[in-house]
Design a protein around this ligand. Structure first.
Ligand code: COA
Ligand code: AMP
Length: 636
């Protein structure tokens, strides 16, 4: 039966130029595009070629010019510092244009890169928009990454300037950022000319004369800078995400297609109207933060929330309800893990009774698989639709969703509903043949991808092809496995690579293995993602020690845990490892990580036919049981 979703979906695939060209009229263009979809250099498809735009103008200036100057643009709500502060669109314009002036005075011009390493403070949003204003390319690095991860990103992006803050606050712990930043710059072969530092009173940073610039002082002296028109196809940002090795992938986002898709998504996917309050409880360091804390809500003239706190512990499991009630939030977007944390502390949702959530309309979940228990708990307690939607850093917005602004489909828990308009989503088997409904295969998207998705990887066109396009020619490989049922509902089951998802954070087990392997006592190692009731998955290491190591096993485990924290960061949440005599392998030498994961999760498994030594699996089971996995798992 036809409905607005069906009509939009069909048109987006049969007439992409007409569909996205119409959506683009909702934005301000200095020069119109010459082509909506440019397929002249396949497989590098581009959107809105020839068009001239500025993302900051569309997110900030135009709203002031069109009468939204007094509306709240950004609300900073920080239970960890006891602060609530509102910035109107006029205030936002003032902050952003002045910070663009600061960056310009540090030598930043169109095309230069700026690395931003900041906690959840509004200045992070100002810095991102200021880059967009100048046509500079920002690369935000999540605060939970260690210095060496930051150094890798500095070397790849080669920023002229870095922007940071003196500290972050994790519940009640103050984490000084400046020593991490200084160490990263020391490690990096590329050196930024300037570092702009936001001093926070919780931990003031020591400044390096000649390189470091004080945020407040520079803002006071700044001359506001105007928007610089850029090509729609020019890069807006680079966001590094985990790949299968320690070298992260620099996902590139353009200006034109990104704005068109995100603004369209606010109405079509989230059903949010300009002026309403929209809250993505994530971090600006992740794609959810880029798309739905910063760009999409501001492009759509919404009020967005910058929340510096956790779902629990700041101060309690009612924190989200307090924020929703206090700021009249209509739509919340977060990761299922946040709701699992709330549910664990307040299983009956009793704290909800303290708050008036009458403005609250819908909860959107993404970042990891939404388990039906969490969805049902949220729906029963909040009494609003709970919408699972599926996307990736690479895609920038949802591949599959219940598009609430087009047509609300009945929810099937465990499914992010249907492919969104623009996405020709298919399931292919190992011989690249389409799978019938219900059969699990590789989830792939027939090219071209819609606007807003990655056009390439930063300075790595071949890696882009190798990573995403080579395995299924003519398709983008999502690296997720799943199926589509007879009603067109999509089910995302598991990654097909070694990426794991820890509290909605994407991590590479390959990168962790590289760290473990660098320990002088480790001969061989493997890392898997074991099930965790709160975080979805947690990394779990297996170590085979070199002959002659006399150190106690527990000491080596302690040292590798510390090494991962130092090299990747606390966000990896790598806390468990076990020493074994051998790793289970196939006769051709491939480590049987899938079997190890099933054993760790205490699931039934079949003895792999290709295993070289079946006797090893009981040993693995015993080692895991002794550290609380496998048969040692407690009831959850
Ligand atoms: N700066 C410095 N350290 C950080 C950090 C940051 N920005 N963010 C996290 N960390 C640290 C944490 O303090 C923790 O350190 P620890 O090992 O010393 O305790 C570690 O990294 C792991 O953090 P996290 O995975 O967030 O675990 P947590 O126990 O602190 O909180 C949840 C668990 C579920 C409450 C939390 O993950 C959460 O709120 N998730 C919400 C969903 C979300 O933000 N998803 C992102 C994508 S949508
Ligand atoms: P990231 O790039 O960090 O956003 O992580 C993307 C990955 O998270 C996807 O490839 C999926 O494996 C997983 N993911 C995100 N959203 C969902 C969802 N709604 N359901 C299942 N998996 C999801």
């Amino acid at each position: 039966m036809s409905n607005p979703y069906q009509t939009a979906y069909e048109r987006s695939l049969s007439d992409p130029d007409g569909f996205w060209g119409e959506a683009a009229r909702d934005l301000h263009w200095y020069e119109p595009w010459t082509k909506v979809l440019d397929d002249s250099n396949k497989p590098f498809y581009r959107w809105f070629t020839g068009g001239m735009v500025n993302t900051c103008h569309n997110a900030v200036d135009r709203h002031v010019a069109e009468g939204r100057g007094d509306q709240a643009a950004v609300i900073y709500d920080s239970p960890v510092t006891g602060t609530v502060k509102t910035y109107t669109y006029r205030d936002l314009l003032d902050q952003v244009s002045r910070f663009a002036g600061v960056l310009a005075s540090c030598g930043v011009t169109k095309g230069d890169r700026v690395v931003i390493y900041m906690p959840m403070v509004p200045e992070a949003v100002f810095a991102m928009l200021a880059c967009a204003r100048l046509g500079a390319v920002h690369s935000v690095v999540f605060g939970g990454f260690a210095s060496s991860e930051l150094a890798t990103r500095i070397n790849d992006a080669k920023p002229k300037v870095m922007v940071s803050a003196s500290c972050g606050i994790e519940t009640s712990r103050v984490i000084p950022y400046k020593p991490l930043l200084d160490a990263a710059i020391d490690m990096a072969t590329h050196k930024p000319d300037r570092v702009v530092m936001l001093q926070r009173p919780q931990a003031e940073a020591t400044m390096i004369a000649g390189r470091d610039v004080d945020w407040a002082g520079a803002m006071a002296a700044a001359t506001p800078a105007d928007c610089v028109p850029v090509l729609a196809t020019d890069p807006l940002y680079i966001l590094y995400t985990s790949g299968t090795t320690g070298q992260p992938k620099g996902v590139v986002r353009d200006n034109g297609g990104h704005m068109v898709a995100l603004k369209w998504s606010m109405r079509a996917v989230y059903d949010v109207k300009p002026g309403e309050v929209y809250w993505a409880a994530s971090d600006v360091g992740w794609v959810v933060g880029h798309s739905y804390i910063v760009y999409a809500p501001l492009l759509n003239g919404n009020t967005t929330l910058v929340y510096e706190g956790k779902p629990v512990g700041t101060p309690d499991a009612g924190a989200f309800w307090r924020v929703i009630a206090q700021h009249k939030v209509t739509t919340l977007f977060t990761a299922p893990t946040a709701f699992r944390a709330i549910k664990r502390e307040d299983p009956r949702g009793e704290l909800l009774a303290k708050y008036d959530l009458k403005h609250f309309r819908a909860l959107f979940l993404a970042g990891e698989r939404s388990d039906p228990d969490t969805i049902n708990w949220a729906r029963d307690n909040l009494k609003v639709p709970v919408i699972d939607h599926w996307w990736q850093t690479e895609t920038g917005w949802s591949i599959a969703a219940n598009c609430m602004g087009l047509h609300e489909f009945p929810i099937k828990p465990g499914s992010p509903t249907k492919a969104a308009p623009g996405w020709d989503l298919q399931v292919l088997d190992e011989s690249h043949e389409p799978c019938p409904p219900g059969k699990v295969g590789s989830l792939v998207v027939k090219l071209p991808l819609p606007p807003g998705t990655l056009p390439t990887l930063w300075n790595a066109d071949q890696r882009f092809i190798d990573s995403y396009l080579a395995e299924f020619p003519g398709y983008y490989k999502t690296a997720d496995a799943g199926y589509i049922d007879e009603d067109g509902y999509v089910y995302v089951m598991a990654r097909t690579d070694d990426i794991i998802n820890v509290a909605g954070h994407r991590l590479s087990t390959g990168a962790m293995e590289e760290v473990l392997a660098s320990h002088p006592d480790v001969a061989e190692c493997a890392v898997i993602g074991a099930h965790d009731a709160l975080k979805g998955q947690l990394p779990l290491g297996f170590l085979v020690l070199k002959a002659g190591v006399t150190k106690p096993d527990a000491q080596v485990v302690k040292e590798v845990v510390q090494l991962v924290r130092e090299r990747i960061g606390p966000v990896a949440a790598f806390k468990s490892a076990t020493v074994v005599n051998r790793l289970p392998k196939t006769r051709s030498g491939k480590i049987l990580r899938g079997t190890m994961q099933k054993i760790a999760d205490n699931e039934d498994y079949k003895m792999p036919a290709t295993i070289d030594d079946p006797g090893i699996l009981p040993e693995i089971e015993e080692a895991l049981t002794s550290i609380g996995y496998a048969k040692g798992r407690k009831g959850e």
